[in-house]
Design a protein. Structure first.
Length: 196
């Protein structure tokens, strides 16, 4: 049975539909109505080597916040469901990723215990119509709903487009490593015997 999931999330503000395949080839069909956010999600998908179909319809006339955060919620839940009991995965993943002047380090644990840390020296500026600070809202919602321990550090960079793209690419690479099947391990990678 494949590691796939479909999830539908609907509130008075946003409706998100997600279909994921963890053992994909990096194919993304993403439509949130926010072009730069779509670009970031596609960068994550390509580097995670998952397949993703995602559509979000939100109250963009109010603000992008609800759509971005709720997309993180829905994507996190879908990936958590697709991972199942996490039997045979590596569990841990990390990446150091450069993009032009930007350099980002990501480390994560698919432990089931959410924790999110983002270390940076400066605010994320706007990229077109996208408020760069919303990326943190997505990452926190995504982390909490996936049940992941995620540490991100922006080591260098001043161009917000480059920095955020490096963040999402590094996250994708680290997720790919953690979610991969370990040919030497058939059980849950925990001394407890379970990862919730």
């Amino acid at each position: 049975m494949g590691r796939t999931a479909e999830f539908h999330w609907k509130t008075r503000e946003v409706e998100v539909r997600v279909a994921v395949d963890i053992d994909g080839r990096g194919s993304a069909t993403v439509q949130t109505g926010i072009a730069f956010f779509d670009h970031l999600l596609e960068a994550f998908v390509r580097n995670a080597a998952i397949d993703l179909e995602l559509s979000a319809k939100g109250d963009l006339q109010v603000d992008f916040h609800h759509t971005v955060e709720d997309t993180g919620i829905a994507l996190g839940i879908a990936l958590r469901q697709a991972l199942g009991d996490k039997r045979g995965i590596y569990r841990y993943g990390w990446a150091i990723l450069p993009m032009d002047e930007a350099l980002v380090r990501a480390a994560l644990d698919l432990s089931g215990r959410p924790f999110f840390s983002l270390v940076r020296e400066r605010r994320f500026d706007r990229v077109g119509e996208f408020d760069g600070e919303l990326a943190e809202e997505f990452l926190r919602a995504f982390t909490n709903n996936l049940g992941m321990n995620l540490h991100l550090e922006v080591l260098a960079g001043w161009n917000t487009h480059h920095v955020l793209e490096a963040v999402f690419k590094a996250l994708g690479r680290a997720f790919r490593m953690a979610a991969e099947k370990d040919p030497r391990l058939q059980d849950v990678p925990s001394t407890k015997g379970a990862l919730q």
